[in-house]
Design a protein around this ligand. Structure first.
Ligand SMILES: Cc1cc2nc3c(=O)[nH]c(=O)nc-3n(C[C@H](O)[C@H](O)[C@H](O)COP(=O)(O)OP(=O)(O)OC[C@H]3O[C@@H](n4cnc5c(N)ncnc54)[C@H](O)[C@@H]3O)c2cc1C
Length: 509
């Protein structure tokens, strides 16, 4: 008979400790990377589920991704599993969409955006035959901007002004000082096509009329690596990363709100939770909004560069109104992603970004994930969300009084354009307004994408991934370099590999 196996007493984990505040994609990716680089990692999340803007609402048999639905540059996700010796495909299935999305213009015409250049040319020839050659030239420019702006510079830490000076000639050559809309207008004349090729900064909270032409790279990024949807919803990427962190010996604690980052002699030494629990750390990475991190989590005066007055002057991105709803019938003709453009483009963007007033008209993004994955709703039902870019709360809108009327206007518009009979078929419903972004996600003015992506808040001008004032403090996520969107926040975590020492360089506790 074999002797019973005696388990040894657990050995104290003496790896240097990294605390990550927040479990958005930036925080989760940072946690994976730090665990690979020898740290014992603890992710502390204030909400009762991980993912931040990418958390999941489940109700009445429907699954709604709260935020991101369009996955571009999937290799940035793949890399996280590869670093841990695993394969992303064994855990999360990414489905390539074709076409990527449909743009439906206010005059009733539409354009399906495809990854296949020939299909795309044919689609453009149908609405703007004179612009096909200009479109090809624009795509060549987009490829050049992507090669430099994303592949070369997307992972540069921009920690020193010299980094900025070094890239200035490239930025000027690529028209980085101009707007995306200005860039596109040099290549195509049809107003609808100008919209189709310039609206992408809205995906990261930017105004196509003021966001740098560097965002013109997104058209190529989509063609080069495709547009994907995670089977089961984006929430599967969140839970997949949480499992990955745990498989590396890390922890993800929910309902754990960090109240303060402790700083001793200019160095971050840990955090204190809302309940008073103090947690020591060798390295602190904040994935909370940068304005919140510098303005509320750090002791007053700890950062000389990001003082409250400077943060208050910073321009926050737009916000969003989102209506999640399920129907007891399906709409098989409605594609997975549709962008429904309203009667105004520049005027509406001016209302949202500059005048900060809630306009009567809107442009919408309609998400129908059940077009790709029926498991997200009961059989014979469809799951949807519709999103409307709106001003952030600096405009003073009182959402407690306008939200329901706004939702009803959107429902009527959808019923008239794409979803006949909608109002008789809604069986589940919830909304998210700028107030949710402010109160649940600590986003100043309820900004949906943190600091607005304008040139004066980009690269070296954007909060750095290594705090310049507090040793041992690092930042990831939408408000940091390089910016919002899944590729942006995953890249912010990738930069940590450049600026955080390997755990072996730190003395064990
Ligand atoms: C509706 C919507 C749709 C979008 N669609 C797309 C899309 O299709 N494709 C795309 O690429 N991007 C999209 N985006 C943008 C993208 O979702 C975000 O830029 C990205 O997810 C933000 O990630 P993050 O790392 O900045 O963290 P966040 O998601 O902002 O998460 C930060 C986390 O920190 C937590 N936290 C804050 N303070 C504390 C504290 N004191 N203690 C503990 N925890 C704290 C918060 O609760 C939150 O969980 C969309 C955004 C929204 C809102």
């Amino acid at each position: 008979m074999t002797a019973p196996i005696r388990h040894p007493l657990p050995i104290e984990d003496r790896r240097p400790h990294a605390v990550v505040i927040g479990s958005g994609f930036g925080g989760l990716a940072a946690a994976v990377r730090l665990s690979v680089r020898g740290y014992r990692v603890s992710v502390l999340e204030k909400l009762d589920q991980p993912g931040g803007r990418a958390r999941v609402f489940r109700q009445d048999g429907f699954t709604f991704d709260a935020g991101p639905t369009i996955v571009t540059a999937p290799f940035l996700f793949d890399e996280l599993w590869t670093l841990c010796g695993q394969r992303r495909e064994d855990h999360v299935d990414l489905l390539a969409l074709e076409p990527f999305y449909r743009l439906r213009f206010n005059d009733g015409s539409s354009l399906d955006c495809s990854g296949d250049p020939d299909v795309m040319r044919a689609n453009i020839a149908r609405i703007a035959p004179g612009d096909v050659a200009g479109y090809d030239r624009f795509m060549a420019k987009s490829a050049e901007i992507c090669r430099i702006g994303f592949e070369q510079l997307g992972h540069v830490p921009f920690g020193s002004v010299m980094d900025m000076i070094r890239v200035a000639p490239d930025l000027i050559r690529l028209s980085g000082h101009r707007s995306v809309h200005h860039l596109v207008s040099r290549y195509v004349k049809d107003e609808r096509l100008r919209i189709a090729l310039s609206f992408h900064p809205l995906f990261v909270g930017g105004n196509p009329f003021t966001a740098s032409a560097i965002y013109g790279l997104i058209a190529h990024l989509e063609r080069r690596w495709g547009v994907h949807f995670a089977r089961g919803g984006t929430g599967r990427l969140v839970s997949g990363l949480v499992d990955l962190i745990r498989s590396q010996g890390g922890t993800v604690r929910l309902g754990a709100e960090v109240r303060h980052i402790s700083v001793t002699n200019g160095r971050a030494t840990g955090v204190v939770l809302a309940g008073g629990e103090a947690i020591a750390a060798d390295v602190v990475v904040s994935n909370a909004d940068v304005t919140w991190t510098y303005g509320r989590l750090l002791p007053e005066g700890a950062s000389r560069r990001w003082r409250p007055a400077k943060l208050a002057r910073a321009s926050q991105s737009m916000s969003l109104f989102v209506w999640y709803f399920g129907t007891d019938r399906t709409y098989p003709d409605v594609p997975h992603h549709t962008i429904l453009l309203g009667p105004r483009y520049r005027g509406l963007l001016d209302d949202i970004f500059r005048r900060k007033v809630l306009a009567e008209d809107f442009s919408l993004y309609l998400h129908r994930p059940t077009a790709t994955d029926g498991s997200l709703a009961p059989a014979g039902h469809d799951a949807f969300y519709v999103l409307s870019p709106v001003p952030n709360l600096a405009g003073g809108e009182d959402w407690s009084t306008v939200a329901e009327a706004y939702r009803a206007r959107i429902a009527a518009h959808l019923e008239a354009t794409m979803l006949p009979g909608l109002r008789d078929h809604v069986v589940t419903s919830r909304i998210m307004t700028p107030v949710h972004f402010r109160d649940e996600l600590n986003a100043p003015h309820g900004a949906a994408f943190s600091l607005e992506p304008v040139l004066t808040q980009s690269a070296w001008f954007r909060p750095h991934n290594r705090s310049e004032d507090v040793a041992g403090l690092y930042l990831v996520g939408a408000g940091t370099h390089p910016g919002a969107g899944l590729p942006g926040v995953l890249s912010s975590a990738r930069i940590l590999d450049e600026v955080i020492p390997h755990a072996s360089a730190l003395a064990p506790r």
